[in-house]
Write a new protein. Structure first.
Lengths: 727, 162
């Protein structure tokens, strides 16, 4: 084809606006007559709100309105279950919405003529609280005598419990020659997308409440807003301006409902911009999980049994904990065949900030355990860790822990080979530089489902228009999938260009508007290239067929339905939970300064099976970005709270990697084993390179120093403690 | 300082070649002045604290963090924001390189990085990779992992030296 586009590293069309400052993010929007909003957050993690006194604030200069719980028609929201009040306080119909359960809870909003007037007035609101006992530890919160945080949702704080069980554990462990037991701790991680939350809401020309704020799924935002306002979906419209990063942290609503509420009440445009502190305190985080594991293998290096217990802190509200922990359950075996397997995964409500979606979605935590168990077993067996993985790798036809085979082709073996070769694993020689500097190498692997499934029928909508007379003059693609920086708009054009044989850069894209487009599904779970790719391919093919029969213009809509999946069986977890997986293996070299405890990552080789790289440069960019974020998770970022209060609530205290704090070299190997259901074979990628990095670094630290560190992050303090140099 | 009756300051400043005379409150931040008063929203605010570099602009040709300055400190001086570097029709070579070499993902950090790199490449037209890394070490990017940013800067320096 003359305009062959798939497989080409075309430049991003959105880059032109972004390099010239023309692109509008939500905080950059304005409208005539626009008012400004400020939110009063709860100032304690667990309390009953007895009274909210707004009189002084109402009377303050410039104030147009103050809204509290009483003003929210249906005072609840939540992506999976509506367990969070929009505004906490007395006076709403829903039970227990007067209870504050974490510092992210919102109490009241002030709308004023200027931002500084709103800021001034919000300080004049007086809240009368009755403090309640604060639960910060999920292990305490799951005890039967713990105070219940959601009394109307059962008599336990355990909000998620998945069981996976296959085979005979006793017999399995009996046949093991070596057994490794461990306890692992993974930390909270803050998304720290560079653009804090912001939004503008107004009534559009048809009188619809329109909210322009970054998110990851237009339709989910729309129904969350309309539910709280007690309105039909079509009275609410959600539009995405440019989005300054998301990584899962924009899946749950932040400013959207209160903006919509204010516009509905005041019939005037309203804008809000969160400060960095409001962003860090106001949105969910990566789940911290405590994991106990016992794995056994035979002398010849075959896994025979594995038993795990994962206890995840869900924080104050469900957000996507049920989905995140489902993924943790599946990935808790690593990408290996284990004949006897048992995992129990719990999610527990506490008074911490809600745990939410974050790149990897439960898999980085589970794989930290699984991959360290593998490395420790390999050491005990005296086997090479890559070789030991190859011995046990999942393959086509072998059953996963859920008792069914993974949808093929399973490519973990190709990834392990690719990482090992590029790293030159078998030729590795430890270089000595200075006496206090120790070097070592580490290996880890991982896998991740593509899409939300577990019985949910994954779907994705697209529309393609072909205009012209004799020749094609114009191609328009309509798709609502969120461009959060990953490059999906580029991929969408390339897909349509390939099908229609038309230059990608000339394709017009109509993006992210719930009023004009069907459901795209979420820009998460590494699903957008796979799902939108299939949807746009289908629509483009249908439009092209019409074009060929002389229909002018040729317009076609298409809804892609992914293969069916099934939910976990309650007792055994037996299921076909996903329709596609992607696989990854990484080898790293680190340097540990045993005097300062500093860990430097010298080299990361990441071999990722992307199925088909639709835009290879963008694939490499995703890998590099994910690895640096995972390096932040493993080595740099150190989120701290005290009794439910966030201590690291600025970018000056919550440090994320600068170019000075990253691996010195990232070497990406693109493995391309096509998925038969993916567009041109593409699988998912966004999360994949994140997954094995922390355990690979831990293994390399062990190789360098002889100590295992089973808790992330590997800060100098923790490393020195492990080395016995400090207490 | 000239202040008016309501304690406003008569600011005179040149931004992207246009002279502005405007009364501002003395405590108005330069970043807010550019974004809200002049509508130059290409200058982004990521931390309000001088940590992330997203708000970087050029003050008399030098990179400064506009969230750490008051607008009145720019009185009588010249500011260039990302909008002043080039336009979509006529990109600055550094903008061109970021476009071509995938020097961005979400693009929120990009204006601050471009306004950091412009004076850097003027002063050091043939930088080593190490010098490039040093130059952008005060700019935070959460998306790219930095390598494509470094590559874009290299490309720009090669082009500008031709
Ligand atoms: S906003 Fe100025 S440095 Fe971050
Ligand atoms: S591209 Fe998103 S912060 Fe740099």
């Amino acid at each position: 084809m003359s305009n062959s586009s798939v497989g080409q590293s075309l430049p991003r069309p959105d880059a032109l606006g972004k390099v010239t400052g023309q692109t509008r993010f939500s905080g950059d929007l304005s409208r005539p007559g626009m008012l400004h909003m400020k939110i009063l957050f709860a100032d304690r993690p667990h309390a009953r709100v007895k009274h909210v006194e707004t009189g002084n604030a109402q009377a303050a200069p410039g104030v147009m309105a103050v809204f509290t719980a009483r003003d929210v028609p249906v005072n609840e929201y939540g992506l999976q279950i509506p367990d969070q009040p929009v505004l906490c306080g007395p006076g709403s119909d829903k039970p227990n919405t007067d209870i504050v359960r974490c510092m992210a809870d919102q109490i009241a909003v002030v709308v004023a003529r200027t931002e500084s007037e709103a800021e001034h007035a919000v300080k004049m609101i007086e809240v009368d609280y009755e403090d309640l006992p604060v639960l910060t530890d999920p292990l305490q919160a799951m005890k039967t005598d713990a105070p219940i945080l959601h009394p109307d949702r059962g008599d336990s704080n355990i909000c998620v419990h998945y069981k996976i069980h296959k085979g005979d554990m006793d017999a399995g462990f009996k046949s093991a020659d070596v057994i490794v037991e461990g306890e692992y701790h993974t930390p909270v991680q803050e998304h720290a997308y560079l653009q804090p939350e912001a939004g503008l809401a107004y009534l559009d020309e048809e009188g619809r409440i329109t909210v322009e704020a970054g998110g990851q799924w237009t339709n989910a935002d729309q129904s969350g807003i309309s539910h709280a306002l007690g309105m039909p979906d079509d009275r609410v419209r959600v539009i995405y301006p440019a989005i300054g990063g998301a990584f899962g942290g924009r899946e749950d609503l932040s400013v959207q409902i209160v903006l919509a509420l204010a516009v509905w009440k005041l019939q005037q445009p309203v804008k809000i911009i969160w400060s960095r502190r409001e962003s860090i305190v106001g949105h969910g985080k990566r789940h911290p999980i405590t994991i106990r594991a016992k794995w056994g293998a035979t002398r010849d290096g075959r896994l025979v049994a594995a038993e795990n217990e994962l206890i995840g802190d869900a924080g104050a509200y469900m957000y996507t904990s049920n989905k995140v922990l489902g993924n943790a359950a599946i990935t808790s075996s690593g990408p290996y065949f284990i004949p006897n397997f048992k995992t129990d995964v719990y999610g527990v409500y506490t008074n911490q900030l809600p745990s939410a979606a974050f790149r990897g979605f439960g898999a980085p935590q589970a794989l930290f355990m699984a991959e360290l168990q593998m490395n420790k077993l390999a050491e005990k067996l005296g086997m090479d860790p890559a070789e030991f993985r190859l011995n046990n790798a999942l393959q086509d036809g072998l059953t996963m822990n859920v008792g069914t085979p993974a949808p093929g082709p399973v490519s973990i073996i190709q990834c392990i080979h690719a990482a090992r070769e590029r790293f030159q694993w078998n030729k590795y020689r430890r270089r000595r530089t200075k006496p206090h500097i120790r070097r070592g190498r580490g290996f880890a692997a991982g896998f991740k489902n593509v899409g939300f499934s577990f019985g949910y029928q994954e779907n994705c909508w697209a529309k393609v228009e072909i205009h012209g007379d004799g020749d094609i003059e114009r191609v328009i693609v309509h798709h609502a999938g969120a461009e959060v920086g990953q490059g999906t708009h580029t991929v969408m054009r390339q897909v349509a260009a390939q099908v229609i044989d038309y230059p990608a850069e000339k394709i017009q894209l109509h993006t992210s508007d719930s009023a004009t487009q069907g459901n795209p599904g979420s820009a998460s779970a590494s699903r957008m290239t796979f799902m939108a790719g299939n949807a746009i391919k289908g629509a483009a093919e249908a439009a092209l067929a019409k074009w060929k029969t002389e229909e002018r213009p040729a317009i076609a809509e298409y809804k892609y339905l992914a293969p069916r999946t099934t939910p976990f069986d309650k007792e055994t977890g037996h299921s076909t939970p996903n329709f596609s997986y992607a696989y990854v293996a990484q080898a790293v070299e680190v340097e540990v300064d045993i005097e300062t405890g500093q860990v430097r990552v010298l080299r990361v080789v990441s071999a990722d099976d992307v199925g088909k790289a639709i835009n290879p440069d963008l694939v490499v960019a995703q890998i590099e970005g994910a690895i640096v974020q995972a390096h932040g998770y493993a080595v740099v970022e150190d989120y701290r709270t005290e009794n439910g209060r966030v201590l690291t609530d600025q970018l000056s205290t919550y440090l994320i990697p600068t170019i000075r704090d990253i691996p010195e070299k990232v070497d990406s190997v693109l493995v391309e084993v096509p998925d038969p259901n993916g567009p041109w074979g593409a699988r998912g990628l966004g999360e994949l390179p994140f997954l094995p990095l922390a355990p690979a670094i831990a293994a390399a630290i062990h190789d360098a120093t002889g100590v295992w560190i089973d808790e992330i992050p590997f800060t100098p303090e923790r490393v020195l403690r492990a080395l016995g140099r400090i207490r | 300082m000239k202040t008016t009756a309501q304690n406003l300051f008569d600011l005179s400043v040149t931004v992207n070649g246009t002279r502005y005379e405007q009364a501002v409150e003395p405590r108005t931040l330069l970043s807010d002045f550019l974004r809200h008063e002049l509508g130059l929203t290409g200058t982004h605010v990521g931390c309000e604290h001088g940590v992330c570099g997203a708000c970087t602009v050029l003050l008399n040709g030098e990179s400064v963090r506009s969230c750490l300055m008051f607008a009145v400190q720019a009185h009588g001086r010249e500011i260039t924001t990302v909008e002043g570097l080039g336009t979509i029709e006529k990109l600055h070579p550094i903008q061109e390189a970021f476009h071509e070499a995938h020097g961005l993902q979400c693009g929120f950090c990009t204006p601050g990085i471009l306004t950091t790199v412009v004076p850097f490449l003027e002063q050091n037209p043939h930088p080593s990779e190490e010098e490039i890394r040093e130059a952008i070490s005060g700019n935070v990017c959460r998306c790219t992992g930095y390598q494509h940013i470094v590559d874009a800067i290299k490309l720009a320096s090669d082009r500008m030296n031709k």
